[in-house]
Design a protein around this ligand. Structure first.
Ligand code: NAD
Length: 501
């Protein structure tokens, strides 16, 4: 019988009798390894009540007392690095090395949150008129509902929630039901770090649990990361329930290569950024746009052998470059996208279907697939394909390449490879993406910068990390105060606007 993964509320495991459950698979083997409990509305309500109570006390604590917990959490992440990488790999399918890369980025986010007192400060002006001073302060918003995707079981939640907690909020987190175990491990580390029980809570489940969170009057804000249709729904429903919502959604990231670029470096960058983690990253390069046919032909010659040399394997195979996709459904969706691209006239230059991984006949494996001569009317250009299938478009000029990039529904990341500073400058000024790379294939900024896409890659104007995340998780209060000397004459009555000054 497979084990059951439960909720984590008030500092301990929380189970419901007769709850719905769903299967959790190991994508590398295709076997069900456990059942994930799906929370009922009453469990969500219980978690919100616990978080509200614990959050009130936590919000009153000093910055220093909160920072001590975050520092400890960082140390515990390092001590539990191998365990966490194993937990991530087993349910997600990404290689252990890739999972460790994710954890490195998670720790970076936690380190940034150690500086929360700095980024959550207010402003002050003295003597603005009549001995009045004005200052603003940032206070925690209350209980934050966090809803996260499968593809970064620890990094996205760690970056999101550590800042939320560091500035004094409590959280109720619904992880992806495909990767529920990492959430429990992370919750345990918070507890071990000394976080008071009830500040960090996990409710497992699916859409029903998300709806309970979105509708709950005790939740003040929602942080979401996931696909665009779900993010749009969450933004609309969450804001209609009077919550602040920041939703970070899908991407289809373009990589333009100019004729003057170092083509070998560009080819390697494309293969790494395009196929890492079986392309299940919102910042993966999806489309390659060499400018001019000659550049395209030369680049293709370099790219094809590099792609063919990639090895697909189980998450715990140290020689594998990338692992299985997350689910059987996901594999079928990606295979359908391949079939449609063939029908629509894309020219398949590397075929990754029918890959076999010895010892794992039922794993959800797909080899790397590449299409040339993709055009903007094809689904391969339009849709985010969350699996190892990438496309090449052939713009004749930089203008055309920028237009293709800007006309896309998504505006997460865009990159250019060139040796010319003027071209790079023009690209960064004209391209409409939240994150831009110049000879950097995955322009995921370091944690001290804001992160967030444009167009339909983001809903709401909050950021996922960086200083604006601290602003999203706090409400601003602005205070005007005067302390008159005891012997000051009484204020004259004045009905004019702004009498205080
Ligand atoms: P998803 O949208 O299917 O699921 C995300 C979360 O929403 C999960 O917790 C899931 O349980 C929940 N959910 C799913 N369907 C729902 C529904 N109908 N109503 C309410 N909640 C629902 O996304 P995923 O497949 O887990 O993750 C991959 C997606 O996330 C990709 O589109 C990727 O680009 C995106 N992503 C974006 C970023 C970013 O920063 N922009 C980062 C990572 C992943």
């Amino acid at each position: 019988m497979s084990s059951r993964i439960d909720h984590f509320i008030a500092g301990k495991q929380f189970s419901e009798a007769d709850s719905r459950t769903g299967p959790v698979f190991n994508p590398s083997t295709g076997r069900e390894i456990s059942r994930c409990a799906y929370a009922s509305r009453s469990t969500v309500d219980h978690a919100v009540q616990v978080a509200t109570e614990a959050g009130r006390r936590w919000a009153r604590g000093s910055h220093a007392s909160r920072q001590a917990v975050i520092f400890k959490l960082r140390d515990l992440m390092l001590h539990n690095f191998d365990l966490l990488a194993e937990v991530i790999g087993r349910e997600h399918g990404k290689t252990i090395e890739d999972a460790k890369g994710e954890l490195g980025r998670a720790i970076e986010g936690i380190e940034f949150a150690c500086g929360a007192p700095h980024v959550s400060k207010g402003e002050y002006a003295n003597n603005v008129g009549g001995d009045i001073e004005v200052f603003s302060m940032r206070r925690p918003i209350g209980v934050v509902g966090c809803i996260t995707p499968f593809n970064f079981p620890i990094m996205v939640p760690a970056v999101m929630m550590t800042m939320a907690v560091a500035v004094g909020n409590s959280v109720v987190w619904k992880p992806s039901e495909k990767v529920p175990s990492a959430a429990i491990e992370f919750a345990r580390l918070w507890k071990e770090a000394g976080l008071p029980d009830g500040v960090f809570n996990v409710v497992q489940g699916d859409k029903e649990v998300v709806d309970a969170i979105l509708e709950h009057p005790g939740i003040a804000g929602i942080s979401f990361v996931g696909s665009t249709p779900v993010g749009e729904y969450i933004y609309q429903k969450g804001t209609s329930h009077n919550k602040r919502v920041a939703a970070f959604t899908g991407g289809k990231n373009h990589m333009i290569v100019m004729p003057d670029a170092d083509l070998d470096a560009a080819a390697s960058a494309f293969v790494s950024a395009g196929f890492g983690s079986s392309s299940q990253r919102c910042m993966a390069v999806s489309l390659l746009l060499p400018v001019g046919h000659e550049t395209a032909d030369r680049l293709l010659e370099l790219v094809i052998p590099k792609i063919k040399a990639l090895k697909v394997g189980a998450y715990d195979d140290p020689s594998a470059d990338f692992g299985a996709v997350v689910s059987c459904e996901s594999k079928a969706t990606v295979e359908r996208a391949i079939g449609r691209c063939i029908e629509e006239g894309g020219q398949m230059v590397v075929d990754g279907r029918n890959v076999s991984v010895p010892g794992h006949p039922d794993g959800y494996y797909l080899g790397p697939t590449l299409f040339d001569r993709v055009t903007t009317n094809m689904q391969m250009y339009k849709e985010e394909v969350f699996g190892p299938v990438r496309g090449i478009l052939r713009p004749a000029t930089l203008n055309e390449a920028i237009d293709i990039t800007n006309e896309h529904e998504y505006g997460n990341g865009s990159v250019i490879f060139t040796r010319d500073g003027k071209t790079a400058h023009r690209f960064m000024m004209e391209v409409e993406s939240g994150m831009i790379g110049v000879n950097v294939p995955v322009p995921l900024p370091t944690a001290s910068f804001n992160f967030g896409g444009l167009r339909r890659s983001r809903f709401g104007d909050g950021h996922l990390y960086g200083p604006d995340a601290a602003r999203f998780y706090t409400k601003l209060k602005t205070i005007s105060q005067r302390w008159p000397e005891p012997d000051t004459a009484a204020l004259p009555i004045s009905l004019a606007f702004n009498p205080a000054g």
